[in-house]
Design a protein around this ligand. Structure first.
Ligand code: BMA
Length: 314
């Protein structure tokens, strides 16, 4: 297949960014890195909002069309006062991702506290309650997504323990019988010199396709003037999701426009949510420069094809 440019197949929405701090009905520093899902025929974003102390919480934004969002007046989830959670999320809740499993919505997020970042899981049936299930990993671990169904009898999560050694910054997979106890963890993708040379992380919850589980991942390149965050796509085997059956060895989306290049953290695009529409188009919601939220769209089938342009067994 012909490769039609490195940013193929996503096209940015012409009115980007779709949300900035001006859209938040209370004072804050930034709004970015949002989970996305359809609920009751509406589009929902779970926003990461950073306050003026530099700490993050989660607030919902709602839309009828996926482009024009209204941010709730009330915060949805703030650091817990429960002694089981308080020491670990004292400094904030960051980078949510949401997955529906058997009719319940599960939110994975980074709990950030004095010991560093770790992955937490909560659930909701109605986007009113925010029911904490567990702190699923130790520090340092972030960038966690759940698969939308059990595979071979287990819940499956991808995450990114920081680790040490030459494989630091790798993407890992782990399994659980109950969403609380996780194990049989192993690394599935490790940084190589190039656009994702310093670390990788999964970006969006896997979507089932005929060919495999499709997910976006981010690659970080440390440069003399800071870190660059860009996006690739990968396909995992449906039955054995620790097997990568195709991926884009090059990035397919990266910072280009001012709102992606200029902000609290320059040169960052950071999707946490994908919505696949009935016509096969994907909406990718991404944080830009850790300052605002933007949207890009592209066809799912093209994304699958370009995953198979790279090393593939599909
Ligand atoms: C990562 C995460 C993201 C953030 C990115 C760029 O480590 O913390 O929340 O968008 O860095 O600053």
């Amino acid at each position: 297949m012909e490769i039609k440019g490195s940013f193929y197949p996503f096209k940015r929405y012409s009115d980007n960014p779709i949300l900035t701090k001006e859209d938040v009905p209370y004072p804050c520093n930034t709004v970015f890195n949002a989970a996305a899902i359809k609920f009751n025929n509406k589009y929902l974003l779970i926003l990461r909002i950073e306050d003026q102390r530099g700490r993050s919480h989660l607030t919902l934004a709602r839309s009828n069309d996926g482009y024009n969002f209204k941010v709730d007046e009330e915060i949805w989830a703030q650091p817990s006062e429960d002694p089981e959670y308080e020491p670990y999320e004292r400094f904030g809740l960051e980078d949510p991702r949401v997955t529906m499993i058997d009719g319940t919505y599960y939110i994975t997020y980074t709990a950030f506290g004095p010991y560093g970042p770790r992955v937490a899981i909560s659930s909701t049936d109605d986007f009113r309650e925010f029911n904490r299930i567990c702190l699923a990993t130790e520090v340092e671990n972030k960038d966690a997504v759940l698969f939308p169904e059990k595979i071979n009898g287990h819940y499956v999560m991808i995450n990114r323990p920081t680790g040490g050694g030459s494989g630091a910054g790798s993407i890992w997979i782990t399994y659980s019988p109950d969403l609380v106890h996780w194990g049989r963890s192993r690394a599935i993708m490790t940084p190589e010199p190039g656009w994702g040379g310093s670390k990788l992380g999964i970006s969006t919850p896997p979507v089932r396709t005929d060919c495999g589980w499709l997910a976006l991942y981010h690659g970080v390149r440390a440069t003399a003037s800071g870190r660059l965050y860009r996006i690739g796509a990968l396909l995992l085997d449906l039955e054995n999701p620790e097997k990568i059956i195709g991926y884009t060895p090059y990035f397919i989306f990266g910072p280009e426009y001012d709102y992606e290049r200029i902000g609290d953290v320059p040169n960052v695009v950071f999707p946490c949510g994908l919505i696949v529409e009935d016509d096969g188009m994907i909406k990718m919601y991404y944080g830009a420069a850790d300052t605002c939220i933007a949207l890009a769209e592209g066809p799912l089938d093209e994304l699958m094809k370009i995953c198979q342009c790279g090393p593939t067994t599909c």
